[in-house]
Design a protein. Structure first.
Length: 234
């Protein structure tokens, strides 16, 4: 499940049997930075240390909750903006952080060229404040009215997912349109190219000597047989 911005979402996904959740740590920080500016801090979270990064802390909380409640859902962190964020989250290992990360090429290059070795700092399970018992948004028998009401209540309390999920879906739609336009342009170019030359083309196929079985280019004696076929390109 992508576009995860809150612990409520992550818990609901795990209870519903989702295999992987993907918290977007950069967009989580964006939301909290905008909130800080709205509350009178003009710098937002620009001066905040990585140890207080709200997106990284969310991954830690999700991991602690999954460990405490025995959930098997894996965490695939995404939405990194800087190499330092990757390193900071990676220092916690899978026991305190993410099972996987999705990284863009520029950050992969940044990791390759970065010098120095950092020792891992494993965050022990339970290092964040997690209640002893989870709120059940999904029961083993499926969704219930009580669970849905609890999910809506807690999502409103956290607020972030109600804003960031629609925003993320809008961005996905914009990207999908851009991809469709690129594919359409490629297809039209190929069609126009094929219209230029409509003459028959000769292609070759191989068959086994003494046989009509296609796909085998050699005979038992090592001979190779070739036959020409004419293909009309429309």
């Amino acid at each position: 499940m992508t576009l995860v911005f809150s612990l409520v979402q992550a818990l609901a996904c795990a209870q519903a049997g989702v295999a992987v959740v993907s918290p977007f740590i950069g967009r989580v920080k964006d939301w909290w930075a905008a909130k800080a500016i709205a509350e009178g801090n003009p710098s937002g979270l620009a001066d905040q240390p990585l140890t207080e990064h709200p997106g990284i802390k969310l991954v830690h909380r999700i991991r602690d909750a999954y460990t405490k409640y025995g959930y098997n859902t894996q965490v695939m962190a995404a939405g990194f903006r800087k190499v330092e964020e990757i390193i900071e989250l990676g220092r916690a290992g899978s026991e305190g952080g993410a099972d996987f990360m999705t990284l863009p090429p520029d950050l992969l290059d940044g990791l390759r060229t970065r010098s120095g070795i950092l020792s891992p700092v494993n965050s022990p399970p339970g290092s964040t404040s997690i209640p002893d018992f989870p709120v059940l948004y999904f029961s083993p028998d499926g969704q219930t009215e009580e669970g849905l009401a609890a999910f809506e209540r807690d999502s409103k309390a956290e607020a972030i997912s109600l804003e960031k999920v629609p925003e993320g879906l809008d961005k996905f739609s914009i990207d999908a349109i851009k991809l469709e336009d690129k594919v359409r342009a490629l297809v039209e170019r190929e069609v126009n190219s094929s219209e230029i030359s409509k003459s028959p083309k000769t292609a070759s196929s191989f068959v086994k000597c003494g046989s009509e079985a296609p796909g085998d280019a050699s005979s038992a004696s090592g001979e190779v047989c070739r036959r020409s076929i004419t293909v009309q390109v429309n």
